[in-house]
Write a protein that binds this ligand. Structure first.
Ligand code: UD1
Length: 443
C-alpha cells in the first residue's frame, strides 16, 4: 500500500486547479443506466471511486470507457487490491462515456459495493428501467452505520417489492408508480436514488425533506437533459412527473467543492498565498465563512479564488450540518487547521456518528483534542511535529496530509488508498504549490 511523506514547514504559493466533483459525477454516471444509448461526461476526475463505478457498470454489461474509447475501464472482477496506484505518465482523459443500451445483469456485487457505498446509486435506475435490481448491502463503514433504509422505504413507496437475501437487496417492480415520500432525514444519495427512480415512474412523485447539496442540482440538470420532468432540486421539495422513456445526454461535471475546500484549508494551515482556480465559490459559503473567522482572507479574481493565510489561525467553533451548513466532508480538514489555532475551538459533528477517527492520529502529531460524544474540543498548540500516522477514511486522510504540511519534520501517512478514492493527485497539486510531499509506493 502506498504512503505519503510530507516534510512540513513550507508555505504554499502559486496556482492550483480544482478537479471535477466526485460526488456529482457518481450519480450522473449512474443516471446513464436510465436510458439506452451513449452518454459522454466531461471533467470526470480520475479517482478510485469513479473507476469502481465504471467497473460496476461494466460488470453489468454496459460499455464504459475514458477518452476516445482507447482507455477502457476493466469490467473484470474482483477489483484490484486497495492501494491501486494513480496512473503515472499521461493523466487519464477527463472524458468518460457509458453506453447502457444492453445490460446482461442488473446486479451490484458485494466485492464492488464494499469498496464504495455510493454503489447503491445504481439501485433506483436499475429497478426503474429494468424492473429488477440485485444490489449488495454496503455493510459496515468507518464513519458510522450509514444505513440505506431511506432509499428502500422510498422505493417501496414507489411500489417496488423489496426483499433481503444473502446480504443483497432485491428490488422488483413491473413499473414504479409515483408517490409522496417524506424522508426522515435529508440524505444525499437517498434523494438522488429516488429522483432517478421516479423519473421513469408512472405519474407524479413528490419528495419531501430532500437533501439540497449542489450535486443534487447537478443531477437534476442531467435528468432534465435526458428528458425527465423534474423541478425543485436544491430545495427540500422535489417534484417529478414520470415519463415513459429517457434518452442519453452529455454533461460536464461541476468542480469539486470538497476538494476546493481541502485546498483552501491546506493554504490556511501551511500559510502562503495561492490562487485556487475553478473554486466553486457559490457552493463554499459555509467553509469560507469559517476560514475567514479563522483569519484567512479571500479575494475573487477572474481566474479563481485567491487565498492568503495568517501565520497562525484563530480558534473557531463549528457544527457540521447538511448543505448549506458546514459540510461534514470538510470537518476533519478544519480540525487539522484548528489544532494549531490561537485558543480553543469546539467542533460538533451532527451528520455522522463516529466521524472523529482522525483525532487519535492528529494527537500523534501533537494536537490537543478531546472528544465527548459528538463534540471535539481542540486546544490549539503552537507547533505540531511529524510522525507516522494512518489514514482511516477519505477525508481523515486529507486532514492528516494537511497537518503534515504544518508539522515540523517528516510525517508519513499510510493507507492512502482512502485518499485516492476521492482526491485526484492531491500530492501532485500540493507539490506544484511548493510543498514537499511525495508518494512512496507500497509493495
Ligand atoms: C453523501 C456523500 C458523502 C457525504 C454525505 C453527507 C456522496 C457519494 N457521498 O453520502 O461524501 O459525507 O453525503 O454530506 O454524495 N442515513 C440514514 N438512512 C439512509 C441514508 C442515510 O439514516 O437511508 C443517515 C446517514 O447514516 C447519515 C445521514 O443520514 O447519518 C446523512 O447521510 P447521507 O446524506 O445519506 O450520506 P451519503 O449520501 O451516503
Amino acid at each position: 500500500m502506498d504512503a505519503i511523506e510530507i516534510e512540513g514547514g513550507l508555505p504554499l504559493s502559486g496556482e492550483v486547479s480544482v478537479s471535477g466533483s466526485k460526488n456529482a459525477a457518481l450519480p450522473m454516471i449512474a443516471a446513464s443506466l436510465l436510458a439506452p444509448g451513449r452518454s459522454v461526461f466531461q471533467e470526470v476526475p480520475d479517482l478510485a471511486d469513479i473507476r469502481t463505478l465504471g467497473r460496476l457498470l461494466g460488470h453489468m454489461g454496459a460499455k464504459v470507457g475514458r477518452g476516445d474509447g482507447s482507455e477502457p475501464i476493466s469490467p473484470s472482477l474482483p477489483p484490484p487490491p486497495r492501494g491501486e496506484p494513480i496512473p503515472v505518465g499521461q493523466p487519464a482523459s477527463r472524458t468518460f462515456h457509458v453506453d447502457a443500451s444492453n445490460l446482461e445483469k442488473a446486479e451490484a456485487p458485494y466485492e464492488l459495493v464494499k469498496t464504495m457505498r455510493a454503489s447503491v446509486l445504481v439501485l433506483g435506475p436499475l429497478v426503474a428501467r429494468f424492473g429488477r435490481a440485485r444490489v449488495s448491502l454496503p455493510g459496515g463503514c468507518a464513519i458510522g452505520a450509514r444505513p440505506i433504509d431511506q432509499h428502500l422505504k422510498g422505493l417501496e413507496a414507489l411500489g417496488a417489492q423489496i426483499t433481503l437475501e444473502g446480504g443483497y437487496v432485491i428490488a422488483t417492480a413491473k413499473r414504479l408508480k409515483g408517490a409522496t415520500i417524506l424522508f426522515d432525514l435529508p440524505t444525499v444519495t437517498g434523494t438522488e436514488n429516488l429522483m432517478m427512480a421516479a423519473a421513469l415512474a408512472d405519474g407524479k412523485t413528490v419528495l419531501e425533506n430532500c437533501a439540497r447539496e449542489p450535486e443534487i442540482i447537478a443531477l437534476g440538470e442531467q435528468l432534465r437533459a435526458m428528458g425527465a420532468n423534474i423541478t425543485g432540486e436544491g430545495t427540500p421539495l422535489i417534484t417529478i412527473e414520470g415519463v415513459d422513456e429517457l434518452k442519453p445526454a452529455n454533461a460536464t461535471v461541476i468542480p469539486d467543492r470538497i476538494e476546493a475546500g481541502t485546498l483552501l484549508c491546506a493554504v490556511a494551515i501551511a500559510g502562503g498565498d495561492v490562487l485556487v482556480k475553478r473554486a466553486p465559490v457559490q457552493h463554499l459559503e459555509a467553509a469560507l465563512a469559517k476560514l475567514r473567522e479563522a483569519g484567512t482572507s479571500f479575494t475573487s479574481e477572474s481566474g479563481g479564488l485567491r487565498v492568503r493565510a495568517p501565520a497562525r489561525p484563530d480558534a473557531v467553533d463549528v457544527i457540521t450540518a447538511p448543505y448549506p451548513g458546514y459540510p461534514t466532508d470538510l470537518q476533519a480538514q478544519l480540525m487539522a487547521l484548528l489544532s494549531v489555532a490561537k485558543g480553543a475551538s469546539r467542533v460538533v459533528e451532527t451528520v455522522f456518528e463516529n466521524r472523529f477517527m482522525h483525532v487519535n492520529e492528529l494527537q500523534r502529531l501533537g494536537a490537543d483534542i478531546s472528544v465527548d460524544g459528538h463534540t471535539a474540543v481542540v486546544k490549539g498548540v503552537p507547533r505540531l511535529s511529524g510522525a507516522q500516522v494512518m489514514a482511516t477514511d477519505l477525508r481523515a486522510s486529507a486532514s492528516l496530509v494537511l497537518a503534515g504540511l504544518r508539522a515540523e519534520g517528516k510525517t508519513t501517512v499510510s493507507r492512502v488508498y482512502h485518499l485516492d478514492r476521492g482526491y485526484e493527485g492531491l500530492e501532485k497539486k500540493l507539490t506544484s504549490l511548493g510543498a514537499r510531499v511525495r508518494r512512496v509506493p507500497g509493495n
